[in-house]
Design a protein around this ligand. Sequence first.
Ligand code: SF4
Length: 261
Amino acid sequence: MPSAETPLARKRRARKIHRVLAEAYPYAVPELDFENPFQLLVATVLSAQTTDVRVNATTPALFARYPDARALAEAAPPELQELVRPTGFFRAKADNLIALSRRIVDEYDGEVPRTIEDLVTLPGVGRKTANVVLGNAFGTPGITVDTHFGRLARRFGWTDEQDPVKIEHEVGALFEPRDWTMLSHRVVFHGRRVCHARKPACGACPVATLCPSYGEGETDPAKAAKLLKYELAPHRSELLELMRQGRTRRELRELGHGLDA
Ligand code: SF4
């Protein structure tokens, strides 16, 4: 982080970055499709080591077959494995889904628990998954530290830490809790579209003037613009317009504008 920066200056700069990201991505939402807390929990467990796009392609058939924890608790492992196979690590994920569903049925009367302490005791559920569920299904503020969030928090100079729990606490102290959930979405959005791991598009980045890591990636505006992804990618202005209109992921897919390209 910038060495001469006071803690107060860092907090102000962090909040300014968040405001710019909020303006840049007014349509930022969770990228996993879900209709209730259980579906979000299952989708988040499946999202380990794969893309949200792949999970979203997998879950409709899964939830049609197993609509709730009671149904999934009784699933036959081979059938469940086939359904979740496209998300990778399908045997372990199927085992975890059955085990966590049984725990939810046995100990929480079939309802997803609402505290981080209870959630992290479920098989296959760590703090990241728990915070996703709390923030997006229950409205309890949570910072979700995935690989994008950690990388960007360090590039923004919000933390020097590598450990997700330390990052969660250090970044959390810079913001009001009510902002934590949307902050997580916006930072991850930015990481996926602009501030990539290997080639950040610094020359096309809306927070360039606030970022101590400006110059780590391509600074030439024209070259940087070619590095942008999804709705910001060259020739995807139609998708950008649809997202600004607030179209859902499902509508985008039906219109032939999936976010997988
Ligand atoms: S200026 Fe570069 S390093 Fe900083 S956030 Fe933007 S793309 Fe990432």
